[in-house]
Design a protein around this ligand. Structure first.
Ligand SMILES: NC(=O)c1ccc[n+]([C@@H]2O[C@H](COP(=O)([O-])OP(=O)(O)OC[C@H]3O[C@@H](n4cnc5c(N)ncnc54)[C@H](OP(=O)(O)O)[C@@H]3O)[C@@H](O)[C@H]2O)c1
Length: 327
């Protein structure tokens, strides 16, 4: 099979498409033919060994000290079950499925294997492969921080810093879905975009730095990693919470109970929930650009620009997709 391979950390050019043996499903595993994947901030971080402050050593231990241990990136996919291992009862050959492979990665390839008991679900037919793969990284992360950590509810005010990114576009929509009023922090070019997905106010950080924002919020979510704890606390109402998605090691160990950090989970039930919201048109998947596997370096160049809006789709399999536009 073809896969996007990297054997050293570095710029987009370290990744190239090569032929490698396809995996075979073991007991309780599915072999999935990947139709669509997504190139995420996490892929970019691992590829370039560019980790949040203080995490360099720990991350290198996890991913490979001098060179990457796992040579295929990609953590979200949508595709078709091609074969099943012994013991699989919930899925059949031919099922359209979508899921997340976590730190195991390997979704930037024509085929992957995943445990049928882990983060994989049947894809609703109303959702295209592109949208399914595109929504999962930012959608599950935003769900974790907005619903599970922040417990955002009706009538609250939520600030989303980094509102036009993969996480941000989902966080804006999910905060609005749970009844909050959303203020989006983004560059002026993305004003219209974030309003179109539910932000009622926009802070253009290019003309109005967050440090000059006088309003306070019930929740302030930072999906960029440039908010200090002091600055973030200043943005909060008395019982507000600061949700840091890209904390430094030091910020992770703060004793301040109003500061919340964490790593998003990839539960099958949350994946199904997010996909159902897309199927019901309650969540829009923002697609920045679409590349084929052969264009993987261009996809990474777009990611590294830091200006992507929503998600970069990697079209791997055939173009026969079901569901709505964008496929
Ligand atoms: N803790 C967790 O479990 C978890 C889970 C998922 C992701 N993350 C992290 O969350 C971060 C965001 O991920 P992502 O996929 O959303 O990234 P992304 O899509 O690459 O974010 C790109 C967006 O960031 C915006 N941006 C850049 N500088 C900004 C600034 N100074 N202020 C406001 N917006 C700015 C850009 O908008 P403009 O063009 O308008 O500048 C662009 O649209 C990443 O660092 C990722 O590693 C953490």
């Amino acid at each position: 099979m073809k896969a996007a391979i990297y054997t050293q950390y570095g710029p987009p050019e370290v990744v190239s498409v090569k032929d490698v043996p396809a995996p075979t499903p073991k007991k309780n595993e599915l072999l999935v033919r990947v139709v669509s994947s997504v190139v995420t901030a996490a892929d970019g971080r691992i590829r370039a060994a560019r980790f949040p402050k203080g995490f360099g050593v720990v991350a290198k231990l996890a991913f490979g000290a001098f060179a990457p241990r796992n040579h295929i990136l990609g953590s979200c996919f949508s595709g078709v079950v091609e074969a099943i291992g012994e013991g699989v009862t919930d899925f059949s050959i031919g099922d359209e499925v979508a899921g997340m492979t976590g730190v195991g990665m390997k979704a930037h390839a024509e085929y992957l294997v995943i445990s049928a008991q882990k983060s994989v679900v049947k894809k609703p037919t109303a959702v295209s492969h592109d949208d399914a793969a595109g929504v999962l990284f930012g959608g599950t992360a935003a769900l974790f921080f907005i619903r599970d950590v922040g417990h955002v509810k009706e009538g609250q005010s939520v600030l989303v810093n980094g509102a036009s990114g993969a996480v941000g576009t989902n966080a804006v929509q999910l905060a609005a879905y749970y009844g909050a009023t959303v203020t989006a922090v983004t560059s002026g070019d993305n004003d219209e975009l974030v309003r179109s997905i539910g932000a009622s106010k926009v802070v253009d950080y290019e003309t109005q730095p967050l440090s000059q924002c006088l309003e306070t919020f019930d929740r302030a979510l930072d999906a960029v990693g440039n908010v200090t704890i002091k600055e973030g606390l200043r943005l909060l109402k008395p019982n507000g919470q600061l949700l840091l998605m890209v904390p430094s090691l030091g910020q992770m160990f703060t004793f301040n109970k109003r500061v919340k950090t964490g790593t998003a989970t990839e539960k099958a039930k949350d994946i199904a929930f997010i996909l159902d919201l897309v199927a019901e048109k309650k969540l829009t998947v923002l697609i920045d650009s679409t590349f084929t596997l052969d264009q993987i370096q261009d996809a990474y160049r777009r990611l590294d620009s830091g200006k992507k809006r929503g998600n970069i789709i990697l079209r791997i399999g055939d173009k026969k997709t079901t569901g709505q536009a964008g496929s």
